[in-house]
Design a protein around this ligand. Structure first.
Ligand SMILES: [Zn+2]
Length: 215
């Protein structure tokens, strides 16, 4: 067992080019998580030693780390130097941003689309950064309402725009696979600030644009 861990350790260390300390931390947390998953399998009545489950604890630990990687994202690093001075003052929209998140109540996925709009106030953000911001908050344990609000708040903070509008539409596996078992229902949440909140016409314009199709 010890021998095997040593081999895996050095391999991961070299492959990822991370610092020794960071490696040590990650390694310890992987071991803890793998043990928890193994215990969970036993609690579920499974035999963690059968062939199909042998490497499951490692796979699950790796998957959960990926699905929650948003915790280690930093907004300053993410936005970096993609904020530009610009006098454009019409609505900017990025719609149909796919996201996958985990509901914090059941650790089951919820997934869907996010539509983001803002009206600049002398500052614009590189468009590709908006999906990255959505990703940063989706890859955490979430509730859809908070995910939506956090995306709006961070854009408000980095751009100080005339207003921000965020709408998310999602399907929740915790509703679809268990509980009410409503397979086709979608939940929506929205966050409006500034002119999108105070001006009905601006808000309607945003909602019209996210519902329109190009063709
Ligand atoms: Zn849930």
């Amino acid at each position: 067992m010890d021998e095997k861990i040593k081999i895996d350790k050095s391999k991961e260390y070299i492959e990822n080019e991370i610092s020794a300390q960071e490696f040590e931390d990650r390694f310890n947390s992987s071991v803890t998580m793998e043990k928890l998953i193994r215990d969970l399998l036993v609690e579920l009545g499974e035999n963690p030693k059968r062939q199909g489950l042998l490497r499951t604890p490692q796979r699950v630990a790796k998957a959960y780390k990926f699905l929650t990687k948003g915790y280690s994202d930093n907004i300053d690093e993410l936005v970096n130097d993609a904020i530009f001075n610009e006098s454009y003052n019409e609505i900017v929209i990025v719609k149909d941003i796919e996201f996958y998140s985990l509901c914090e109540h059941h650790l089951l996925p919820f997934y869907g689309k996010c539509h983001v709009g803002y009206i600049p106030n002398k500052k614009i953000i590189g468009l590709s950064k908006i999906p990255r911001i959505v990703e940063m908050f989706a890859r955490r344990l979430q509730v859809q309402e908070r995910l939506t609000t956090q995306i709006g708040e961070i854009l408000e903070k980095v751009l100080q725009p005339q207003g921000v509008a965020v709408v998310t539409e999602a399907r929740h596996l915790c509703m679809m696979m268990r509980g009410v078992e409503k397979q086709n229902s979608t939940a929506s949440a929205s966050c409006m600030t500034g002119v999108f909140k105070s001006n009905d016409k601006t808000r309607s314009e945003f909602l019209r644009l996210i519902n329109s199709r190009l063709t």
